[in-house]
Write a protein that binds this ligand. Structure first.
Ligand SMILES: [Zn+2]
Length: 699
């Protein structure tokens, strides 16, 4: 495992590893000189917000309902104890969580390089500590991207959503025990949904033995395991790369860089693990007692996550809305990449909760942000969120049915004025723009129906003609600079991006495009949009970082992959061009779980089907699933397991080596912006049958 790529896990230091060689500011200017770098900016080429950006932020400020300060009151209510130490160290020795770096947010009311609404949510996320929701329900907030919620049971504590990493969960549990816990144990853990920030920290509060022995019940929505992993396997490496944009992983925390992620400050850098649930909620509505507390579970499949559930505690009139209702417009489409969510279905489950529980609930709390108290307030938020998702679905399709395309909808669709003036409907996670495009994608796909865009040339192939027709690079830079100077940033992008596509080594063009992206980034309310523009600027200025990269998928996550999913993923890792005429049929048998597969390579394509065996296979491989996991996690090679008899092969064993030779290791440093690739580096090929899914999806 030592040779596996170390990248994502080492991000806080990655900025320092950048080489600026070759980017020296020596090029003779053909147009005017670039605006001067900004003192105090984290990047030597960083610029101050322009007068146009400052004006745009001021205009936004004037439209926003800043007189409504209820969120600040609710966020602060019930504080028992603040976070004792702003840093949480990881077991591996690095900083897993650092609230210290967000203290700059307290130094001013506003920042000219941050949208005022984003400043607002960032300040709200800057609170951290142990809070009482109501007597018997507590939350630890600001220790992680998500919140830990703890409910008093008859004999101990019931934990909803044990954070993302063991280290942050352990710290949160420690603070809770210090002030409220009375030394009583965890008696149940409830995973509200399949995203990793809601279960990855479970080993920080209970052990595997606690669950195995039945001492702690682990409850999850039906099909939890299948969806906890599957969303992030097939396109995992591409999703990892895209996190650098949506989550701004390379950006320093600073007024000109990363500010907050909206749902919380960021994802902690600790260790993740997964304990298999011991009880599943299968029916649409199920009621049972958890450690003596009566709970009504509402399954909400295909909403914020593929599997998710809300919970109502009738004796406390307390409504847990999981991540279905937080203090923001959530993602319909997530920029890191995932299948587009179903906003109408989501809206209907909120409406169901409103009528089923919301008529009497007196407190509502969730896995991000802060609680809402009082029935009127609860109904207000539920109704606004119900309408927000329904409106987005219905009105985007209303326009689409009149010919508005995926390439126009973000400039046409508007959230209704009454919802825009409710803070819980602001785009701190989803933006109206990228969500609107997502709805079109869900129903109609990528094509706008203009044949000109049906099978277009690749951008790098069409760009040279544009550059030629526009009169060459000097003319484009001159005009691009004029558009930059007049604040027409989206127009400037149109032409300067073409030049960068055509001339990836044109540093002046890349620097100008970076300057344009930077202003667009400063103007965004939505963290995903801001981070994406600023990340693009960063990579254009400095290139993609070289050096070791990290595989952050934990063995637990790989173990949660079904064998069928693993075989499918091998088909994705296989380079067809290397397979050539190779052809074989293999039977795979895993006796300990009774599964059987036929795996065939034919037509340069690897396929598998569960439940069948071929009559005359070239090879029959027999290995317990438990041992196969050793290979999947990289702990032991298949070769070694064959050598010592852990696995047995009957037939032509050379098939395995031939298949192994077609496997490719994916590298998350692939180029996005032209001319940003670092020096090529050979990536050592460790274990061809190792499964390397993407980082567990959070949100
Ligand atoms: Zn979440």
């Amino acid at each position: 495992m030592a040779t596996r790529r170390q990248f994502i896990g080492t991000l806080p230091a990655a900025g320092a590893a950048f080489s600026l060689a070759g980017h020296a500011l020596l090029e003779g200017g053909v147009a005017r000189a670039q605006p001067a770098p900004l003192a105090g900016h984290f990047h030597p080429k960083g610029k101050a917000p322009s007068v146009h950006t400052i004006a745009a932020l001021e205009a936004a400020r004037a439209e926003l309902p800043f007189s409504d300060t209820r969120d600040f009151d609710e966020q602060a209510r019930g504080l028992i104890a603040p976070m004792p130490d702003m840093r949480i160290m990881s077991d591996a020795g690095h900083v897993a969580w650092d609230m210290e770096q967000f203290q700059f947010l307290e130094t001013a009311d506003d920042f000219d390089s941050i949208h005022p609404s984003l400043t607002r949510i960032a300040k709200l996320n800057n609170n951290y500590g142990l809070y009482e929701v109501i007597p018997g329900i507590y939350q630890v907030r600001g220790f992680d991207l998500s919140d830990m919620t703890i409910v008093r049971g008859a004999t101990g504590w019931i934990v909803f959503d044990p954070l993302t990493t063991a280290e942050t969960a352990r710290a949160a549990w420690g603070l809770f025990q210090e002030h409220v816990g009375e030394g009583l144990p965890v008696t149940a853990v409830i995973y509200s949904h399949t995203h990793g920030d809601h279960w990855g920290g479970v080993l920080g509060i209970i052990s595997r033995e606690d669950a195995r022995s039945g001492r702690v019940e682990v409850i999850a929505p039906v099909d939890f395991e299948r969806f906890a992993v599957s969303e992030n396997v097939f396109a995992g490496n591409a999703m990892n790369r895209r996190l650098f944009y949506q989550y701004g992983l390379l950006l320093p925390v600073a007024p000109h860089g990363f500010v907050s992620q909206g749902l919380g400050h960021r994802v902690p850098a600790g260790s993740t693990g997964l304990i298999t649930p011991t009880r599943f909620v299968s029916d649409p509505i199920e009621e049972f007692e958890v450690d003596g507390v009566r709970m009504i579970f509402q399954n909400t499949p295909n909403t914020e996550a593929p599997r998710e559930m809300n919970t109502y505690i009738p004796d406390l009139k307390a409504l847990w809305m999981a991540e279905n209702v937080t203090a923001t417009l959530h993602n319909i489409y997530t920029l890191r990449g995932a299948q587009v969510r179903d906003p109408l279905n989501w809206s209907k489950y909120i409406a169901d909760a409103l009528y089923r529980f919301g008529q009497e609930a007196e407190v509502m709390f969730a896995s991000h942000h802060w609680p809402r108290w009082g029935n009127e307030r609860i109904q207000g938020v539920l109704r606004a969120q119900r309408d927000l998702y329904a409106n987005m679905n219905n009105q985007v399709l209303h326009h689409a049915n009149q010919g508005v395309t995926i390439n126009q909808i973000h400039n046409v669709y508007e959230v209704p004025e009454s919802l825009r003036r409710k803070w819980e409907c602001r785009g701190y996670h989803g933006s109206p723009e990228h969500n609107a495009r997502g709805v079109v994608q869900r129903f109609l796909g990528f094509w706008d129906c203009n044949p000109a865009t049906l099978i277009p040339l690749s951008p790098e192939d069409s760009a040279p003609l544009y550059v030629e027709m526009m009169g060459g690079s000097e003319r484009i830079i001159e005009r691009g600079q004029e558009l930059y100077d007049s604040g027409d940033y989206l127009l400037a992008v149109e032409i300067v991006n073409k030049l960068v596509q055509a001339e990836p080594d044109n540093t002046q063009a890349k620097d100008l495009l970076a300057d344009i992206f930077e202003q667009l980034g400063y103007q965004q309310e939505n963290p995903g949009l801001r981070n994406s523009f600023l990340a693009g600027a960063y990579e254009l200025r400095s290139g993609i970082p070289a050096g070791e990269t990290a595989d952050s998928s934990s063995p637990d996550v790989i173990r949660a992959m079904s064998t069928g999913l693993f075989l499918d993923f091998l088909g994705i890792r296989m380079d067809s061009r290397k397979a050539g005429d190779l052809r074989f049929t293999m039977n795979l048998v895993t006796p300990d779980n009774g599964e059987r597969f036929v795996v065939e390579l034919e037509n340069a394509t690897l396929t598998s089907i569960e439940g069948f065996q071929a009559d005359e296979p070239d090879l029959t491989l027999t290995i317990d699933r438990a041992d196969l996991e050793e290979t999947m996690t990289g702990a032991r090679t298949l070769e070694a397991q064959l050598a010592d008899g852990t696995a047995t092969a009957e037939g032509d064993v050379s098939v395995l080596a031939k298949l192994a030779a077609t496997m490719v290791d994916f590298d998350p440093r692939f180029q996005i912006m032209p001319g940003t690739r670092g020096p090529a580096e050979a990536v050592p090929h460790s274990n061809p049958y190792e499964a390397v899914p993407g980082r567990v999806g959070v949100e």
